[in-house]
Design a binder for this molecule. Structure first.
Ligand SMILES: [Zn+2]
Length: 127
């Protein structure tokens, strides 16, 4: 049975440790917007207004590894597509509020993801 644990996945921990080593400071599992407390991002740079999501390949239907389980497909299919729909809504809500949204896949190399995040945060900070 897969768990739907959102927080502290292995790729996320690897990514956070690189960012931290590079001197970046952030909040974890944090809702960027006060009036949307349930829309939490995995890594949040409050000053730079950058929200990072580390999306699991299964739960967020990654184009490379996303699959719909064959058993109970009629349960999983709508459930997984609702997840993706909610992701897009979250992106829209945050962007409308002036945030930059970065989404990385759990299959992305943490070092690559960290480089993109670092650059985005630094650019946002020097605006
Ligand atoms: Zn994937």
């Amino acid at each position: 049975m897969r768990s739907n644990k959102r927080r502290d996945t292995k790729p996320e921990l690897a990514l956070r440790s690189i960012l931290h080593r590079h001197g970046l400071r952030y909040r974890v599992d944090y809702a960027p917007l006060n009036d949307h407390r349930r829309r939490k991002a995995d890594i949040v740079f409050t000053k730079a207004h950058v929200a990072v999501f580390v999306d699991g390949c299964f739960w967020h239907s990654c184009p490379l590894h996303g699959t719909v389980p064959k058993t109970h497909a009629d349960y999983w299919e709508p459930k997984l597509s609702r997840n993706v729909q909610r992701d897009r809504e979250t992106d829209a809500v945050l962007r409308e509020a002036g945030w930059q949204v970065l989404r990385v896949w759990e299959h992305d190399l943490p070092a690559d993801a960290a480089a993109v995040i670092e650059e985005t945060v630094k650019r946002a900070g020097s605006r």
